[in-house]
Design a protein around this ligand. Structure first.
Ligand code: SAH
Length: 257
């Protein structure tokens, strides 16, 4: 990559981080869904070690802290998100319960067999569902849990337009039975799988972006990269409204055997 390209890439990266930093969540989800997923996990105590991988600015981490005992470490690749994560934790007086670190989900800095729960909402796709489940398993104690949300097809067949869009964006998107089989093959017992309700995409994810997009475009008037990025986000939302009966996010909760 030439130096010129590198700097363009860094600019994109900064812009995208800035855009998502202003939002409560960086992916579809809701406090109700985080609480529901937590309700399937029964091994936690105040001594438990929980990690939230791809935690973003920590919207869901705070919910876990309010509804489960134990210490939670958030980990995310982007330092800007982790700064916000830790300052939000301070504001909520949760700094003794949760702390965020910068790191990558493909080389986690944990000891083997030490974790009671690995949490990851809307983020495992960055390394791939199957790969992530296989690799992360070694960090869990036997009997420990993994709880991840992941884009999934609801039907065996779907319109070509949405099929092609997702095959380009995330070729590993698959049907729920296939995802469940991958979880089992990776060495977990399936404890629960449930579809996230539509309001996780609309009320909690796309709606807050409408005004964020307007402000962003005002700030970056004439900036082609910013305009293209917002156009991309808007297209993604439009496709969701058009094809939501064919796909969505599913929470998969497994127990290490
Ligand atoms: N869990 C949050 C954020 C989901 S968006 C929520 O549900 O709101 C996906 C997150 O994964 C982003 O915060 C992104 O910075 C992070 N991410 C992307 N690649 C990563 C990697 N290799 N390691 C750790 N985090 C990563």
């Amino acid at each position: 990559m030439s130096e010129k390209n590198t700097s363009i890439h860094e600019f994109d990266f900064k812009l995208i981080c800035e855009y998502f930093s202003g939002l409560k969540r960086q992916g579809p989800g809701s406090p109700e869904v985080t609480i529901k997923a937590l309700s399937f996990i029964d091994n936690l105590t105040s001594e438990s070690h929980i990690v939230d991988i791809g935690c973003g600015t920590g919207g869901q981490t705070e919910v876990i802290a309010y509804h489960a005992p134990g210490h939670i470490m958030g980990i995310d690749l982007f330092p800007v998100f982790i700064e916000l994560f830790n300052s939000n934790a301070d504001k909520l007086h949760l700094q003794d319960r949760i702390n965020g670190i910068v790191g990558s989900m493909d080389s986690l800095p944990f000891q083997y067999e030490k974790l009671d729960l690995i949490w990851s909402e809307g983020a495992i796709y960055n390394v791939g569902f199957e790969h992530g489940l296989n690799e992360w398993r070694m960090f869990l104690k036997t009997g420990g849990y993994v709880a991840v949300s992941e884009a999934s097809w609801f039907t065996e067949e779907r319109p070509v337009e949405i099929d092609e869009y997702w095959k380009d964006a995330y070729p590993e998107i698959d049907t729920i039975p296939n995802k469940v089989a991958q979880m089992q093959k990776a060495g977990y017992i399936l404890i629960a799988a449930f579809v996230l309700p539509e309001n996780c995409w609309t009320e909690h994810f796309y709606n807050p972006q409408v005004s964020a997009q307007k402000n962003f475009l005002k700030k970056y008037t004439g900036n082609k990269t910013a305009e293209e990025f917002i156009a991309h986000e808007r297209r993604e939302a439009e496709l969701y409204y058009q094809y939501k009966e064919f796909y969505g996010y599913v929470f998969y909760i497994g127990k290490k055997i």
